[in-house]
Structure formats: structure tokens, C-alpha cells
Ligand binder design. Structure first.
Ligand code: GLC
Ligand code: CA
Length: 568
């Protein structure tokens, strides 16, 4: 058994090396791993990170001023959600100019300052590429809607109604209502799977592909190290506009439920992503996908055969595990780890309720925040953190409909409160507005900012932030955590998730108590050849730090994390 896997990994390694020999980037390490495989990524929502000019909205100068904080935390790359010029209908995901910075965030000169300050500190910048749609205020769309014969007409998806006053088919917007908007000026409907202000680009038009690929080249020349690709599942639609199959029930927006068979995940999108990857390879860049897959086979498609598509499709299925469950995480990790690519782990982002709320039990949330960190920062793969996760920041959902900023929250209230709650300002200190801004921020901070903020947590050795710092330091310096294989242990345990990260004749043991009860565990590592091995604690939340695991086992308090080095 072991021989076979060693042989096959050797073969895979050889293939990988020969592939790398052809690639532009020569940064791979002895294991063939590239920079992005060792990097810790950190998502910044620019409106909410740091406000340098006190207008209540975060900006690029604010981000630059916090790069030292990120460096000390252990962050290697920041992904900025869109900061391009935008009418802000979807808070930047409606782009009206792909090669500029919105004045509310600063200027291109501010961007260059941020990029060079990042470079000095070894922090790379990843931009967000909103490929599926532009703003309805983009000059391409303004021209497109001006007449049926305009030069840009075919850059978007225009169709006649089925019958007068009826959209061309039954497709539904992800944000509620029909996916078509009627434009009286030219008497046709345009397709938009998100808001009306976000018309879908027509990816069957080669000019669209060329323009968007040139956007990436433009940013690569400005020093960007890659892109997070927005909403890639939705790039193509069935040209015949076949109606989607209707499913039983009604959505939270009051629409009939539907299987989005003919307007998401069409095979054509993989061709686009593979060609975009070639452009990325010419620039030593990484592509991260917002890939909402339903199963591992769909995720595999995004890696592409021989790794020729996205280096980092996010495993967003991981974010759908909404309870602490060792068997469920074990299953998800095994699937992602076995998908044949480099896994990408995410536990929250600007569209998902914060992990602190999703996993917290209301009493021991800080312990649970450390537990989650102990898991996703020790797996084989690249983690993408969400700003404030390292503090135990919590959601601050609007209490009244009139306070909601995110349009889907207005439409879906009260069932869908929108995404404001997970987008609140970063909590820097315990002064007004958590030190984010001297004027009222665009979204209010939750009361817990008094205790959960950078300044306070830096002073407290037991804080969530200190745990993240120790863990990230360990992740960077420990070769088993960087390079090692993932090996599940004690797989029938219902409450404790345990695994090894094995590299050469060393390993790191990770033990995570996912329950609120004390648990006893013991390990038989003889199968891994560590029967008489030495065990030394690296990091733990246990009050008494055991120097080694006695043969009788380890006693873990509620939600405890135990991480140890094992050597022969
Ligand atoms: C992605 C973004 C989300 C945005 C949507 C439309 O899902 O993460 O915030 O609303 O795309 O662009
Ligand atoms: Ca500002």
C-alpha cells in the first residue's frame, strides 16, 4: 500500500517538475511548491478595513498604514475585493472602469504606494476580477444599450421577450426576481444574473475575452500577483435560452425554486479560464476562483486536467458546514485533499455569516474561534483568512429594515438580512468606532469591539489574535505543516478531529476537540512508523502544556486544540 502511494507520488512529482520546467515562474521549492502554496492569504473588504481620511469609508491609504500589522500577523498576500470605480450598487461588484481606482478609495498613485509598501514587506496583492458582469454605468454598456446596432451591442446578452412584456425565459436572478431587465429605448431585454445594474457580459464574443484578459495584463504590469475571479460559475448561458427546470418550493425572495441548469457552470467557461491561466502563467500569477461547487467532481473541473486551469479554486463547500462536526469536517477535508489539486480552505468571507457566529455556542466562542483556526491553518493547502477573523470579530446584523445597506437584505427582509453584518469595520482599538474612523462609519461596529480589537488582544496572551499569530508563525517555520501529507487519524471518533501532517520522517499531530465535553484520546502511530517516536508540544490551548502524550492518551478540555511535533 505504502509503496504504491510513494511510487505514484514520485511519478506525479516528476510530471510536475517537468511541467514546471516549461513554466515561466522558477520559484518552486524542493517539493515543487510555488509561492502561493506557502502563502497565507487575507481578504480585505476595502470599505471596512481602515479609514485614512475620516469619511467613514475605508481606503487604500488606510490599508497601507496597516501593512505592518498584517506582516506581524503572518500574512503573505492580501486579496482586495473590488476598489475600482463603481456606482456601489453591489458595493464595488458593479465595476464601471476596470483599470482605475474609485476616488472614495484613493488614486492609482495610492495603489502604487500600497503595492510598493507591500513589496518591501513581502506582502503580495491580489485583485478581484469581476468577469461575469460590469456596471450598467460602464462605457461598454452605455454604448451597448444606446442602439441595436451599436458597436458594443454584442458585448452583453440582449434578447427579445418571449411575448410582449414577458422576459425571454424563466431564469431567475441570484439576487431575486427575473434575470432579465427590459430596456425601453431599444425594446429588448438584457440578461443579468445579479442586480439590474450588473448586466452580464457576453463571453461568446471574443472581444469581451480580449478586453478582460487585457485588464489582467494591465494590473500584472502594475505589480499585482494574481486575481480572485468573481462568480465564474455564471460566465456562460445556453444560447437557446432553454427554460430551467422548476423545483418545488419558493425562495427567500419569493421566486419559484429552480435548478440553474442552463445558466450556470456551462462547460464553455473552462476554456475561458484555461486561456486566462496562460496569461497568468506568463506573469507568474495565481488565479483564485469563487467556485460554488456542489461536489468534488465539479471542483476537480476547475483545477483542470494537469493543473491547467485555476491553481486555487476555493472549496466553498467547506463554508456550508454550519456546525462543529468532526465527521463532517473529516469527510470534507478528505474530499478536498484527494481532489488532485492544491486545496484552498476558507471559513468565511464577505458573503457569508462570520465563522465566529456560525460555529460559536454563545458561551465559549473564543475557544471555538481558536479551534477553527487550529483546523484550517494546519491543513495541507492554502488558507484564505477573512479580515477580523483573527480577532474573533462577530456579525453585526441590522436590526431594522431601514438600516440595511445591502440591496438583497432590503429585498429579502427579514428572512434574508443581507451581508452588512459580516462587512462591518475592522476593530483596531476600544475607542469610538473601534478606531476605524473618526466619523460615523458606513456600517456600525458590534458592541463586542470593546474587548475584541487589535490593541486589547495584543496585550492578552490568551486572545484569539495571539493564538493566530503563534499558529501562523508555526505554519511558516514548520516543514511538516508547509509540505506534509494529510493523514486522517482515529477516523471513527465522533467528537475529536485528529490528523498528521507527515513530511519525510517528521510529522505534526493535530488534535481538535469539536465538542463542549472533555475527551480522552490516544493514538497508535505504529502504522506511520512512529511507534517509539518523540512527541513535543508545539501549540495548545490546554492549560497545562503536556510535554508529551503519555501512552494512556491525552485529555482534552472542551474545544481544546493540541498540536505537537512527532519525530522518530
Ligand atoms: C460574488 C461576490 C458578491 C457579489 C456577487 C456579484 O458572489 O462575492 O459579493 O455580490 O459576486 O458580483
Ligand atoms: Ca476614507
Amino acid at each position: 500500500m505504502r509503496k504504491k502511494s510513494t511510487l505514484s507520488s514520485l511519478l506525479i512529482g516528476l510530471c510536475f517538475l517537468s511541467l514546471c520546467a516549461h513554466a515561466e515562474s522558477k520559484s518552486a521549492d524542493a517539493e515543487g511548491h510555488e509561492w502561493w502554496q506557502h502563502a497565507v492569504f487575507y481578504e480585505i473588504y476595502p470599505r471596512s478595513f481602515a479609514d485614512s481620511n475620516n469619511d467613514g469609508i475605508g481606503d487604500l491609504k488606510g490599508i497601507t498604514s496597516k501593512l505592518d500589522y498584517l506582516k506581524e500577523l503572518g500574512v503573505d498576500a492580501i486579496w482586495l475585493t473590488p476598489c475600482y470605480p463603481s456606482p456601489q450598487v453591489d458595493f464595488g461588484y458593479d465595476v464601471s472602469d476596470y483599470v482605475n481606482i474609485d476616488p472614495m478609495y484613493g488614486t492609482l498613485a495610492d495603489f502604487d504606494d500600497m503595492a510598493s509598501a507591500g513589496k518591501q514587506r513581502g506582502i503580495r496583492i491580489i485583485m478581484d476580477l469581476v468577469m461575469n458582469h460590469s456596471s450598467d454605468q460602464h462605457k461598454w454598456f452605455l454604448d451597448s444599450r444606446s442602439s441595436r446596432t451599436s458597436a458594443y451591442r454584442d458585448w452583453y446578452v440582449w434578447r427579445d421577450g418571449k411575448v410582449p412584456n414577458q422576459p425571454p425565459n424563466n431564469w431567475i436572478s441570484i439576487f431575486g426576481g427575473p434575470a432579465w431587465t427590459f430596456d425601453p429605448q431599444t425594446g429588448q431585454w438584457y440578461y443579468r444574473i445579479f442586480y439590474s445594474a450588473q448586466p452580464d457580459l457576453n463571453w461568446r464574443n471574443p472581444k469581451v475575452e480580449k478586453a478582460m484578459f487585457d485588464v489582467t495584463r494591465w494590473w500584472y504590469q502594475r505589480g499585482v500577483s494574481g486575481f480572485r475571479l468573481d462568480a465564474v460559475d455564471t460566465l456562460f448561458e445556453d444560447p437557446k435560452l432553454t427554460d430551467n427546470p422548476v423545483l418545488p418550493g419558493i425562495s427567500k425572495y419569493g421566486d419559484p425554486n429552480m435548478e440553474s441548469k442552463y445558466n450556470t457552470k456551462l462547460p464553455e467557461l473552462h476554456g475561458v479560464l484555461q486561456r486566462l491561466r496562460k496569461v497568468a502563467d506568463e506573469n507568474g500569477a495565481v488565479l483564485i476562483g469563487e467556485t460554488w461547487t456542489r461536489n468534488i467532481d465539479e471542483l476537480k473541473l476547475y483545477y483542470g486536467g494537469h493543473g491547467k486551469e485555476l491553481q486555487m479554486p476555493m472549496d466553498l463547500m467547506f463554508t456550508t458546514v454550519n456546525k462543529l462536526s468532526a465527521p463532517e469536517f473529516r469527510r470534507q477535508i478528505a474530499a478536498a485533499d484527494g481532489a488532485g489539486g492544491w486545496p484552498v480552505y476558507v471559513i468565511s468571507n464577505h458573503d457569508i455569516v462570520r465563522s465566529y457566529n456560525r460555529y460559536g455556542d454563545g458561551e465559549r466562542n473564543d475557544a471555538i474561534a481558536k479551534l477553527m483556526a487550529g483546523m484550517y491553518l494546519t491543513l495541507r493547502g492554502t488558507p484564505i483568512m477573512y479580515y477580523g477573523e483573527e480577532l474573533g470579530m462577530e456579525n453585526n446584523d441590522p436590526k431594522r429594515k431601514e438600516d440595511v445597506k445591502d440591496p438583497i437584505g432590503k429585498l429579502g427582509w427579514p428572512e434574508e438580512k443581507g451581508r452588512d453584518g459580516e462587512r462591518t469595520p475592522m476593530q483596531w482599538d476600544s475607542s469610538a468606532n473601534a478606531g476605524f474612523s473618526q466619523s460615523t462609519p458606513w456600517l456600525p461596529v458590534p458592541p463586542s469591539f470593546k474587548t475584541h480589537n487589535v490593541e486589547a488582544e495584543l496585550k492578552d496572551p490568551d486572545s484569539v489574535l495571539q493564538f493566530y499569530k503563534h499558529l501562523l508563525a508555526l505554519r511558516h517555520e514548520n516543514s511538516s505543516l508547509r509540505e506534509g501529507r494529510y493523514i486522517a487519524l482515529n477516523e471513527d471518533q465522533p467528537d475529536v478531529l485528529s490528523y498528521l501532517r507527515r513530511y519525510k520522517d517528521q510529522a505534526v499531530l493535530v488534535v481538535l476537540n469539536m465538542s463542549g465535553r472533555e475527551q480522552k484520546v490516544s493514538f497508535d502511530l505504529s502504522k506511520q512508523g512512529f511507534s517509539s517516536g518523540k512527541i513535543a508540544t508545539l501549540l495548545t490551548t490546554l492549560a497545562a502544556h503536556p510535554g508529551e502524550v503519555p501512552p494512556s492518551g491525552l485529555t482534552l478540555g472542551p474545544f481544546a486544540v493540541y498540536i505537537a511535533q512527532i519525530s522518530k
